[in-house]
Design a protein around this ligand. Structure first.
Ligand code: AMP
Length: 282
């Protein structure tokens, strides 16, 4: 695996590969890699001749300075994992390589960045869009891979690519979970063993909520049930939401189960976790 910290030599390297018409698959990450990230690498390797992974903890997408400071950084282990997974290129720039100074560019995605994660993390999606646009311009991949765990982010990236006319195929990869059902996340490393057990409650809530909704319960009833359960379990629920998985508008109730998604966010041991589940497998 070739490692680049700077943009210029990385571009030169990738241009040489582009010239021979090979396809480039790109997996952007913030590091502290786990099996979820590796599933994106695997998907890219299956479809492309070259796979490049970026590791960059993007300050612009952190609305909470403590979260940025506490974000796990494990570059040597990450690099070894990528090498073992057969990743071809790692791009791990310093902040100064990606940002020439204080950030001024901002994006507005309408309702997409105002609800749920956008409401609870103001500015987050503008920061995500900014770094993804920078990375897309640097790497110019044929395909880019994102996890459905960050479902709202998938919607933002789709809109970004559509509006900025990036000629990149976006591939969204299913959520990889622990045996307990807990969605894998770099933030899970900040949880104690007990915290990890408790965190699987979020997925249980999603499964229970899905079952109850498909049985015909109203979403407001289901939400109350989940709120009560989380408070009893000492999980600070931030939201449980029902949305249309195509246009990502919030729903009051289920009208078309095949188009609905349930999303959850909550705190366990002061660590903010998110998860989601489709209402049906279709
Ligand atoms: P992050 O490093 O958290 O920014 O994540 C980098 C990419 O990996 C994003 O596209 C995430 O959605 C994806 N990802 C993170 N966790 C998982 C998971 N458990 N399953 C699948 N993809 C994931």
């Amino acid at each position: 695996m070739v490692i680049f910290k700077e943009i210029k030599p990385l571009k030169a390297y990738l241009n040489a590969h582009r010239a021979t018409a090979n396809s480039i698959g790109f997996v952007p990450t913030m590091g502290a890699l786990h099996e979820g990230h590796l599933s994106l690498i695997k998907a890219s390797k299956a479809q492309n001749t070259i796979t490049i992974c970026s590791i960059f903890v993007n300050p612009a997408q952190f609305n909470n300075p403590t979260d940025l400071e506490k974000y796990p950084r494990t570059l040597p282990q990450d690099s070894a994992m990528l090498e073992k997974a057969g990743c071809d290129v790692l791009f791990c720039p310093e902040v100064s390589e990606m940002y020439s100074g204080p950030q001024q560019l901002a994006f507005d995605f309408g309702h997409l960045d105002k609800i749920l994660e956008g409401e609870f993390r103001p500015g987050h999606f503008s920061g995500v869009a900014l770094v993804v646009a920078k990375l897309f311009n640097i790497v110019r991949p044929h395909r880019a891979y994102f996890g459905q765990k960050d479902f709202q982010q998938c919607k933002i990236v789709s809109k970004l690519a559509e509006e900025l006319k990036f000629d990149i195929d976006l591939i969204f990869v299913p959520i990889v979970r622990e045996p307990s059902g807990l969605a894998m996340s770099s933030r899970n490393t900040r949880l104690s063993e007990e915290g990890k057990k408790k965190a699987s409650i979020l997925y249980q809530c999603l499964q229970d909520a899905r079952y109850q909704l498909l049985q015909g319960k109203s979403f407001s009833e289901v939400k109350k049930m989940v709120q009560l359960f989380c408070s009893q379990q000492n999980v600070r629920l931030e939201y449980l939401a029902l949305a249309d998985r195509v246009n990502f508008t919030l729903l009051e109730n289920v009208t078309e189960p095949d188009q609905a998604i349930l999303l959850i966010a909550g705190y366990v041991e002061e660590v903010r976790l998110i998860d989601n589940i489709y209402l049906t497998d279709k």
